[in-house]
Design a protein around this ligand. Structure first.
Ligand SMILES: [Zn+2]
Length: 466
């Protein structure tokens, strides 16, 4: 029996709504997370709910010294299955970002129709509920399934900084992992099952340009002391073409595989002009790229630079005529999926720090890195199971799409467990606004994802035993 929206509303929605009220920011956004205890609180809430929803599971919160907690929900195999299936999600949240639209609020969930609005419900609070409900469904049906471990971490939005230590600690207990189902992803619409074909990597660098020990009257110093903002501009010109936004270093570009090019072209023709319609651009803004196929490839296979933070300047209302001593910028570089993030980080630091314009003091510091990922081909049984589950649930075959974002965990797991099968999917679609204001969870999509996961686990149980 497939799970219905009414089932989800009854069993999960009240606790998911309670989770939505917890400001459990990722450690990178809450340096005092250990004192505030929000992450721990969220983990305990999810643990309690999981144990009630799935009494036969072993539910544990692990916490290594100084690290954010990890929740595991382990369900023994039904049938003779050796390898483990891991169902992955995270409970840490992005900050609210800014003021939410009227009537909405980051920590006070609001339901409008079949959509729930609050920070972290779609990215990625729903995942624990979806994974556990899929397991509960298998248990209720008495269906064969592999040994399953739901793994919910709490540092994903900080580049999964704490996860490697847990993968080490849990390795003996996890044993060989045959299949990973990642529930932290999404696609271009809500009418089909989206499966991720690649992810970009990420490097963040904080760069500070310093020209003075203290500010000077701009009437005195301008025209004599080079401004730190102008020097920053010169440095950025080493990294990207300011006219086109193209990232300049050739090492950061890769040859895009033909099948990924073809999928982008197919998606662009299937979705026509609607592809980027939900971007809240101002009237008259011209998008980069000359076609939607090119934009899809730019979003998923090309490097791109964003300036995500600025320091060293007063807010506009109190700006005075001062030649400021320094400017700090936080640069976020998305990387082509196969690019090594550590190589890219070293290259960026070198480009920023070498031969400083006008002899200014320039310091660049790498604040985080995350590896991209290219999906390996699926085993035939999984390919068939995914196709059947998508058709049964959505009435359409699965659609593969590259993601512009990063989930460092997928690469980490592929490196640790060569040959592991990975299906990365989720609920994020148009208007989900993960990381933005007005984050939204489409409830019917959660239910469909649960039913797809249930079908995949059932297939994994039979595939391994037949
Ligand atoms: Zn996420």
């Amino acid at each position: 029996m497939p799970v219905t929206l009414a089932d989800f509303e009854r069993s999960a929605l009240p606790t998911l709504s309670e989770y939505a009220t917890i400001p459990c920011l990722s450690p990178g956004f809450d340096p005092h997370w250990e004192e505030t205890g929000h992450l721990r609180h969220a983990a305990e809430l999810l643990a309690q709910w999981s144990q009630t929803a799935l009494p036969s599971a072993d539910v544990q919160i692990r916490q290594l010294p100084g690290l954010t907690p990890v929740l595991t929900v382990t369900l023994p195999a039904r049938g003779a299955v050796a390898a483990t299936t891991v169902l992955y999600g995270h409970l840490d949240k992005q900050p609210p970002l800014g003021d939410w639209s009227a009537g909405l609020s980051p920590y006070d969930p609001v339901r409008r129709g079949d959509r729930l609005y609050a920070r972290g419900v779609a990215d990625d609070g729903y995942a624990a509920f979806a994974a556990v409900l899929a397991l509960a469904e298998l248990e209720a049906a008495g269906a064969a399934h592999p040994r399953c471990v739901v793994l919910i971490e709490a540092s994903e939005e900080t580049g999964s900084s704490d996860l490697p230590a847990y993968l080490d600690a849990l390795a003996p207990e996890l044993g060989p992992i045959a299949l990973l189902i990642c529930l932290d992803d999404g696609g271009l619409s809500y009418d089909r099952l989206w499966v991720t074909s690649s992810l970009r990597g990420l490097v963040n660098v904080e760069v500070t340009v310093r020209v003075l020990d203290q500010g000077l009257h701009s009437g005195l110093a301008s025209g004599i002391v080079p401004s730190s903002a102008r020097i920053l501009r010169q440095l950025l010109d080493r990294i990207e073409d300011s006219a086109t936004g193209r990232v300049l270093p050739a090492q950061l570009h890769v040859t895009i595989p033909e099948d990924h090019r073809r999928r982008a072209a197919d998606l662009a023709s299937a979705f026509g002009d609607n592809l980027f319609d939900d971007f809240p651009v101002v009237p008259g803004l011209r998008l980069m790229g000359d076609s939607n196929a090119a934009r899809l490839l730019a979003q998923t296979w090309e490097p791109a630079l964003s300036l995500i933070g600025l320091g060293g300047a007063p807010t506009p209302d109190i700006a005075g005529n001062v030649l400021r001593p320094s400017t700090t910028a936080v640069l976020s570089m998305r990387l082509a999926p196969p690019t090594d993030p550590d190589d890219a980080a070293a290259l960026l630091v070198h480009l920023l720090e070498s031969d400083p314009p006008s002899g200014a003091s320039v310091r660049a510091r790498v604040t985080s890195t995350g590896a991209g990922w290219v999906a390996p081909p699926l085993a035939p049984w999984l390919d068939q199971a995914l196709d059947a589950a998508a058709r049964a649930t959505y009435g359409a075959p699965p659609a593969w799409v590259g993601e512009g974002g990063s989930i460092p965990f997928l690469n980490a797991l592929s490196v640790r467990y060569p040959g592991v099968q990975i299906v990365s999917t989720g609920v994020l679609g148009p208007g989900a606004n993960a990381h933005g204001i007005d984050e939204m969870l489409d409830l019917p999509t959660v239910v469909r994802v649960i039913n797809v996961v249930t079908a995949l686990l059932e297939a994994a149980g039979t595939a391994a035993t037949s």
